[in-house]
Design a protein around this ligand. Structure first.
Ligand SMILES: [Zn+2]
Length: 478
């Protein structure tokens, strides 16, 4: 920690005031029990975020960046203007001296030293439309007492953060909302997808060559409608989606991700040269939205979350009519083959204990999800299914555990089956269950493609492909 200079309180107040001059914004309250953040989007010399935090008396003195690396030091000010420039440790921590009232620092969105692969998190954009993960630039108390409130205001750009602001644009949060503060968008354009019981607020952060914003929103609406073939209602009343064009690519979705902010936030990279027609076969946006259909598993269980989203990505596209049943099963069978190539002779347990995001993890998980769906249907005479497990868990809150998932499966099936079925998959060669399962469902992979033949569980397969809970939703607003 090094003391750099003193400045008067008056000068500090002027500095603080100046950041608000250009764009009048929300009024932060004077509540002394609330941490008050002001985030200001600045354009020169590079695009950056200036962050100021007004501390609460008694605030814990250890602050941190959840994902450090973007800020080297933080200015800390006492009431009388005494100023410290505090280094950020490698773990992202900042230890405050006593009686600090303000923190100020700048996060450079355009810092050239960051690797391209990390830019979705650390900052990517064009002109005045930028995308960044809150965890990269927002400092927060290391400990987050549940009663510690936060107000956050954004100046200098229209922002799309995961949370719903009040009518003045002020975000009223809890300190724990900043632990994973999701994806943030600054600038760009907006459209809104309206569902029967939910809205998706969408930021388009850059320019497409062939796409109108309404087509981007139409594509997201298609995905959201398909979530309604799996869940009775959209899983959250409002979520935010940021779409970032990537120059030099035609692919509709190059990459997508959900962050478990509260509520979750989604961002998708889309080729700048993508056409509306290319959205027809896209699965990425749907896959990310289907992650909202299951609870956040804590601790993380990638084979389960990815398995559920991967299985339902194909099921939902068949149910909506976007894929024929044959094509949907072909996607599943091809995916199993890709997973099998990665898995080799290893057990599922060995496959999923490695890289949590390899095709082996996704597709062994998807096979298990399919198997669970079939077993629940077998046990209940086709009256209950895996979606009922998701509905039951949704009633219990936004997060869950592997154990609670298994208990819910058994409750819906009306008999214990989860542990034994999981052990059958985990302990044996990955994908060894595939052949018998597809045979029972009457799904055969011929040289000319997928064929259906009468089999023991054909009726279950037909029920799995049926339209489930689908409803028409009102539309798109711009
Ligand atoms: Zn996923």
């Amino acid at each position: 920690m090094s003391r750099v200079h003193r400045c008067s309180l008056l000068a500090l107040v002027l500095c603080v005031g100046l950041s608000c001059v250009s764009v009048p914004g929300p009024r932060l309250s004077k509540d002394p029990a609330t941490l008050r953040y002001t985030v200001t989007f600045v354009r020169a010399p590079t695009r950056a975020l200036d962050v100021e935090v007004v501390l609460v008396r008694g605030t814990p003195r250890v602050f941190r960046f959840t994902s450090p690396g973007g800020v080297a030091s933080v200015g800390a000010y006492r009431e009388d203007g005494e100023h410290f420039e505090l280094p950020v440790t490698e773990e992202g921590r900042v230890l405050l001296p006593a009686d600090i009232r303000f923190l100020r620092y700048r996060y450079d969105l355009e810092a050239p030293t960051r690797s391209r692969g990390q830019r979705l998190f650390t900052g990517m954009g064009e002109a005045d439309a930028w995308h960044v993960a809150g965890r990269a630039y927002l400092i927060r108390p290391h400990q987050t007492p549940p009663d510690l409130r936060v107000e956050l205001a954004v100046e200098g750009a229209d922002a799309l953060l995961p949370w719903q602001p009040d009518e003045t644009g002020l975000y009223r949060l809890r300190a724990e909302d900043l632990v994973d503060s999701g994806f943030h968008g600054f600038g760009g354009r907006r459209c809104q997808v309206v569902l029967p019981d939910a809205v998706l607020d969408v930021a388009v952060l850059g320019h497409f060559r062939q796409l109108e914003d309404s087509q981007v929103c139409g594509w997201l609406k298609q995905a959201a409608d398909e979530v309604l073939t799996v869940r009775r209602t959209f899983p959250y009343p409002r979520i935010t989606v940021r779409v970032i064009p990537v120059p030099g690519h035609e692919g509709p979705s190059l990459f997508g991700m959900v962050l478990w902010s509260s509520p979750p936030s989604i961002s998708v990279l889309v080729g700048q040269d993508a056409s509306a027609a290319s959205f027809a076969l896209d699965w990425v946006a749907l896959h990310e939205m289907l992650h909202l259909a299951h609870p956040a598993f804590l601790p993380r269980v990638p084979w389960l979350s990815e398995g559920l989203a991967t299985y339902y990505t194909e099921v939902a596209r068949v149910r909506s009519g976007r894929l024929s049943a044959e094509r949907g099963w072909e996607e599943l069978v091809d995916g199993f083959a890709r997973g099998r190539r990665v898995a080799g002779a290893r057990t599922m347990e060995e496959v999923v204990s490695g890289n949590g995001f390899s095709p082996g993890t996704y597709w062994t998980g998807a096979l298990l999800a399919l198997h669970l769906d079939v077993e629940i249907r077998r046990a209940t005479g086709n009256r209950r299914h895996l979606e009922d497990v998701l509905e039951l868990l949704a009633e219990r809150g936004p997060s869950s555990t592997l154990g609670a998932f298994g208990v819910a499966v058994d409750a819906i099936a009306g008999k214990p089956l989860f542990d034994a079925l999981l052990a059958r998959h985990l302990k044996r060669a990955a994908f060894v269950e595939q052949e018998g399962l597809l045979q029972a469902l009457g799904v055969t992979a011929e040289s000319e493609g997928i064929q259906f033949v009468p089999a023991r569980d054909s009726v279950l397969r037909e029920a799995m492909e049926s339209r489930g809970y689908i409803r028409e939703s009102p539309g798109i607003r711009r």
